[in-house]
Design a protein around this ligand. Structure first.
Ligand SMILES: *Cc1c(COP(=O)(O)O)cnc(C)c1O
Length: 382
């Protein structure tokens, strides 16, 4: 009885790691060859795997984190102290922190309703306003939030019109697409993350996706302390220790084999929630615009009020199910209280009413039924 009960009520996590079984062979190989270093065959192999997966003549540099990838992208675009960088306000703090590392100022821009990502109308207004104040932004950081691609067509039209490059933060969207083209290939630079909660994980890690091999080489140079060629330890510029280790890359090689399978499983989660909860009037879903395919990294629903969201969150947590509010926008963070912000309430509304539901690829039908039944029972009680 006690055992059954604990099993029925066992904790369901938001987005736990999901090993495929292929990872160990690459790690074992690294041990056998004694390649225990921030370089080696798994690093090169994992980069090839990423490039093959993304297509579009991409060049991937495997790094220690997604945050490191954003930092290097900003450096490669020449962002310096006192510069301004536009960033979608609705994101996780890692998208914006590297702007601050460089002593530049983040300019925060709100979202559109259709994708929850940076609003094209507000973006253009922001650029015009910054230029009129005497400073042209050096880059635009866009996000594919929860796996949903941003408005690629309109954002890049604006980027081209004003000649401001885009850094595509695709940390949450490996496997997502727009009209058959993978996310992670749209930006002048794009960023992937393999942190523990992402759709595939190496426990921690990331990648910078470049448009040319020369830029990839520059990124790797900066990521390995900017050491000049030769054996004399000569340095002309400041570098970083940002390279991915050969052991970690082995996990990545095992994970990327099952990425498409995990996208299908996370989309299954979304479809299950949609099918069973769409009739509840207080719940809204983020549906895909035409031509868009989200990897559905996290299913985030919108409730009718903040109160409903808070109560439902509590109800799920009480029943041993991990659910979380949606990311707190950067303009509401004490850290960025002085950053200029161009707002329209969309991101704040999602923050107040959004609830992220368990979305792991290892969820079972039984888990999903337990979650949806609990949510339905919450509304039945009202
Ligand atoms: C996870 C995440 C990052 C950072 O990736 P790390 O690999 O954890 O440094 C950046 N941006 C977004 C939107 C993320 O969700």
């Amino acid at each position: 009885m006690a055992i059954n009960e604990s099993k029925l009520n066992s904790k369901i996590w938001l987005s736990p790691p999901h090993m495929s079984g292929h990872e160990q062979e690459f790690i074992t190989e690294a041990f056998k060859l004694n390649w225990i270093a921030p370089l080696g065959p798994n690093v090169n192999g994992f980069e090839k795997d990423i490039e093959t997966y993304l297509k579009q003549n991409t060049y991937a540099a495997a790094l220690s984190s997604g945050t490191a990838a954003i930092h290097l992208a900003l450096i490669l675009l020449g962002v310096k102290q006192e510069d301004e960088v536009i960033c979608q306000t609705k994101t996780f703090v890692a998208s914006v922190n590297p702007v601050v590392y460089l002593g530049a100022t983040p300019i925060l821009v709100d979202s559109e309703e259709e994708t929850w990502n940076i609003c094209p109308v507000l973006l253009e207004k922001t650029i015009k306003d910054r230029i009129s104040k005497g400073k042209k932004p050096k880059a635009i950081i866009t996000i594919n939030l929860y796996g949903m691609p941003y408005n690629v067509k309109q954002i890049h039209a604006i980027s081209n019109k004003y000649s401001i490059p885009v850094i595509e933060d695709s940390a949450e969207a490996f496997g997502s697409e727009v009209n058959g083209q993978k996310c992670g290939t749209f930006g002048d630079f794009s960023v992937l993350s393999f942190n523990g909660n992402k759709i595939i994980t190496t426990s921690g890690g990331g990648a910078l996706i470049c448009k040319t091999e020369a830029l990839k080489k520059k990124a790797i140079f900066l990521a390995t302390q900017a050491k000049e060629d030769g054996i004399t330890y000569t340095h002309k510029t400041t570098g970083y220790n940002y390279r991915m280790s050969n052991i970690i890359a082995g996990i990545g090689r095992g994970q990327i084999k099952v990425l498409d399978n995990y996208v299908a499983l996370r989309r299954r989660n979304y479809n299950h929630y949609y099918k069973h909860l769409k009739k509840i009037k207080a719940i809204r879903f983020l549906e895909e615009p035409e031509g868009y395919t989200s990897n559905r990294w996290l299913t985030c629903i919108l409730l009718d009020t903040k109160q409903t969201r808070d109560n439902l969150l509590q109800w799920l947590n009480k029943n041993n199910i991990e659910a979380r509010p949606s990311w707190k926008p950067m303009h509401l963070q004490p850290l960025f209280k002085d950053a200029p912000a161009y707002l329209n309430q969309v991101s704040e509304n999602i923050y107040n009413k959004g609830l992220c539901l368990p979305s792991g690829s290892s969820l079972t039908e039984t888990d999903l039924n337990r979650i949806t039944k609990l949510i339905i029972s919450y509304f039945d009680k009202l």
